[in-house]
Design a protein around this ligand. Structure first.
Ligand SMILES: C[S@@+](CC[C@H](N)C(=O)[O-])C[C@H]1O[C@@H](n2cnc3c(N)ncnc32)[C@H](O)[C@@H]1O
Length: 302
């Protein structure tokens, strides 16, 4: 996808802007937006795990600040819109004992109190991360996808993936002997195997916690139409706006830190121009057998 026109990035929100990126606190930005403007709100908020953009807070304070942003977002979500909150775990080390807190479980009641309906709790599985010594290493995070009503956009066809056995045939009935799968592929299910953005990922920037563009792609393609407005309240380096602008959606986002904001702006422009490096939505790489890297040195007979 490439575009010969130039895109203007506005700092102040107007519904007709193709791209609005705000540098500052998301709550301040949200208050400039009218009710029910956004068709899709998609984000990965801070996890309260001591990153440079987070003030250390108690879990209660974190919950309250998330609640404030989520409520502002819900007010600005269209009746037919979707809101996707992508989170992992917070490890609470503040008391005498340490404990893992799954943030989706913590935040779920905030959405329920406002009457939203959960459509999927998507498991995002990835292969790499920190190695734990005293529990299993964490290799998944979740996306809570809520809608406001039963009348919501869901386009399955643009996100179908190839079946495991595309040549499988019906063995009885009127279609006996004919291919039994959908010709465009199958529903990708609620477990997504997408590599996370680590050191040598093609999309890697200076941000420690950016999510991969193909994760956003699936949600944008299935939950919105062209010209719909996609908003990320915790924009980071702009993975959401970069992904959505490629599919002719209007985009908006807010980011607190200059250095991430500037990259978000640049990536959104490059995505619009078709020059941003993006990993295709394809299965994780399987390394070839019998190389030095894939041969176990502890079991090789000398
Ligand atoms: C987990 S990161 C999001 C990364 C993003 N998904 C990406 O792919 O680049 C959360 C971001 O929210 C920003 N942030 C934290 N509090 C904020 C606030 N109150 N208003 C706006 N941005 C905020 C942080 O600076 C950080 O870049």
């Amino acid at each position: 996808m490439s575009n010969s026109n130039k895109i203007k990035i506005y700092k102040r929100y107007k519904a007709e802007n193709r791209a609005t990126l705000y540098l500052g606190d998301t709550r301040k930005f949200l208050k400039t937006v009218k009710a029910e403007e956004f068709n899709l709100i998609l984000t990965s908020p801070p996890y309260n795990i001591g990153k440079e953009y987070e003030k250390p807070t108690t879990l209660d304070e974190y919950y309250e600040s998330q609640k404030e942003v989520i409520n502002l977002c819900i007010d600005r979500l269209a009746e037919t819109g979707s809101i996707c909150w992508q989170v992992g775990n917070y490890v609470d080390k503040t008391g005498a004992k340490t404990e893992v807190v799954p943030l989706d479980i913590l935040l779920y009641p905030i959405f329920k109190e406002r009457g939203l309906q959960l459509r999927n709790r998507i498991i995002w599985h990835f292969g790499h991360g920190l190695h734990s010594r005293n529990r299993y290493s964490g290799r998944h995070e979740t996306i809570l996808w809520f809608t406001k009503t039963d009348k919501y956009t869901f386009n399955l066809d643009p996100v179908r993936v190839e079946q495991k056995y595309p040549g499988k045939k019906a063995f009885k009935g009127p279609n006996r002997g004919k291919p039994s799968g959908h010709p465009e592929g199958k529903n990708p299910s609620d477990v997504w195997d997408i590599p996370n953005v680590k050191a040598n990922h093609i999309e890697k920037t200076i941000h420690e916690c950016q999510f991969p563009i193909s994760l956003v792609d699936r949600l944008v393609k299935s939950l919105t139409h062209e010209d719909d407005l996609v908003f990320d309240p915790f924009l980071g380096v702009g993975s959401t706006t970069a992904a959505a602008i490629r599919y002719n959606r209007r985009v908006a986002g807010a980011e607190l830190m200059d250095k991430y904001y500037n990259i978000a702006k640049q990536r959104t422009i490059e995505a619009y121009n078709g020059t941003l490096p993006i990993r295709d939505d394809k299965p994780p790489y399987t390394p070839p057998k019998n190389t030095t890297l894939t041969t176990n040195p502890f079991t090789v007979k000398k």
